[in-house]
Design a protein around this ligand. Sequence first.
Ligand code: ADE
Ligand code: ZN
Length: 343
Amino acid sequence: MATHQPRTRKTRPVPTPLPKAELHLHIEGTLEPELAFTLAERNDITLPHPTIDALRAAYSFTDLQSFLNLYYELMAVLRTEADFTDLAEAYLTRAAAQGVRHAEIFFDPQAHTSRGVSLDTVVNGLGAALDTSLERHGISTHLILCFLRDRPATEALATLHAARPHLHRISTVGLDSAELGHPPEKFTHVFDTARALGLRCVAHAGEEGPASYIWQALNLLKVERVDHGIRCLEDPELTAHLAATQTPLTVCPLSNVRLRAVNTLADHPLPALMDAGLLVTVNSDDPAYFGGYVHDNYEALRHRLGLDETTLRQLARNSFTAAFLDPRRRDELIAQLDAHPTP
Ligand code: ADE
Ligand code: ZN
């Protein structure tokens, strides 16, 4: 009688994630629905969506503002230091599995202080997770304090001053939230003050806003990196300038699709940005909302935009080049990337 051998299923080897840095990640945007419900229960808060599935069903966005409405609403569950520690710890655990070796992490203090949660609670809570991140997850970290551009500049300045006791934990300031109608020039004095305090500067520009906002971020806010920046391609002089100065762009492909800055991933301008000689990096932005963490963005570029292994490795290398790393750690991480086996 013929014996039936169990069929061995041929599976494609799953490539282990490339070592990389993540330079555009809003910690509040890593709040997964499951954690949101856990924290809501812990803090006796009723969420407007009765179940995890109902909440996930709300993740269908038409533009940046439609996302921001939910993003700010869900932050209500973040109240105590432990909540912020748990949020950051959950991100770091996921990031490590995605090959992240260094993360420069945005947070939005005004979104918390405006709800009665103190800056001490936010920074100490995040800090408790970040302090052990290298040891526990092999991830070095920086914190980037973002100002909400749809709030007055006076409030941003007050936030900066309130953050002064925490500056040992904060390397950089950034600018985020609703872009259209809120040009960088509004924050020139705030960024001047931040630089005088020894902080580095980045800003979201050219996500939904025009190329002129990118010029303002460069010339007035004196940013060292541009977050998103994809609309630079509408201005050839700007594109040439960004290429000549090798000013990094922190591009977020899955975010751009979910927020309809681009129609589909196949239409994404990332290859055009690279062809123009720009220093492009790939990042996840708000991964809990946009369908993937940073390695998922790399894999989406591989499968839906056809990027080859060499290009993906170049993007990972760019992430270390663009990071605010000390040279020894940068060299160590680039060596890890170079030693990483090709699938
Ligand atoms: N805050 C969180 N995510 C953002 C994004 N993609 N653009 C602007 N502000 C944000
Ligand atoms: Zn962002």
